[in-house]
Design a protein around this ligand. Sequence first.
Ligand SMILES: [Zn+2]
Ligand SMILES: [Zn+2]
Length: 404
Amino acid sequence: MNRRPLSRSLVPLDDESLAGFLLRLAKYTGCSPAVIADRMGLGQYYRAAMPIGSLLTLSSEQLAECAQVARLSHAEMEGLLLAPLGRRYGPLNHQLWPWSGPQQLTYLRRWVYLRNTQFCSHCLTSDNSVFGVLLGGSWKRRWHLAVSFACVEHRRLLKRNCPRCQHPAQAARWGIIEHAAEEDLHPTQCRASIHWKTSSKSGSICGTYLTDGPNKAPISSDPSTRNELLALQGRIDTLLSINGPDTAASCGQPVPVAQYFLDLRAVAALIFISWPQARSSAATPTLARVIGGEATRRRQRASDTLRRAKSAPIGDIFLEPPTRPMATGAVLSTAEQLLNAACDSEGRAALAELYQQSEQTRPTVSRRIADTPGISPVLRGSLGLPVRRLGTRPRRRATAQGAK
Ligand SMILES: [Zn+2]
Ligand SMILES: [Zn+2]
């Protein structure tokens, strides 16, 4: 279908997501996001709800139509989607960890936030330019990735929830934008449904500006912890950036950057299962304490789940990314340290011990982690497992009934 271009449009901001762009474009043109999405051909399934998969990828026809309507180049339009990040981020990479539709990426164990996002209030506040004041800053694609936990520029941990209603940012019951037919909201306002009433007004949309927030505290009162987390996020951001290196060192060998993130994810899960096995690899006592608290909560959840149903699956409890950005930073920092140290025999022995301890504690989950498609052969070798070629499927192993 040949769609009519909008009379005016915007240039996408740095690393802006499709949802963020639609919100800003709607505000700029005085329409609702649903109207803009409809014009772009994104809302055909349900007028006010763009399918969740449109955050990820679009067909070539849709991409061309959307670009034409929004007056963007093909590259600008594609640059709003999450799937292209898979070139550098293993959980989104088709070749390393195949996925055929968005439903496979909505599971938290995949380490991609599709149903909501994280955010930095300061980034959303943007600069003092005319457009910045009018429309706010970029809702970044990178905030949808679980390896993002801090904003290096503003030296703050990312936030997940609206400070007023506590709903996750950009969570929508259907599609990618909640209350998409509502045209009076600013791109940085919380669109969650809540019910409130005062003597003179009532409403059902939270409307809190996510540029505000009571939390102005630094990442940590401990300078070593603060510096470690910001430096780690900086290294991760470099690996994710378009001009970043092609490879990263995992267990002493260069592996594709996308694969390195799968290695980090696998080691992070093993750290939680086997804690305190990796305590000596934590960069600071504060980070060790944070991991310890997170590991205890996960084990408790697993025990409670098994108490309710003996054969209940508990793998995701250890495979999900932490909900608190501080815990994400803590476990990724320790996982990075373990992968770095495994460049020699002593470091590889530490990784092998980590896996052995995990397997003793939760055998089924540990083997599932080690069998994750796409983790590097050098990591599998360092864990003491047989190395398999990329694309070969792991064989199912017989396990004792009820074993986890
Ligand atoms: Zn920021
Ligand atoms: Zn809210």
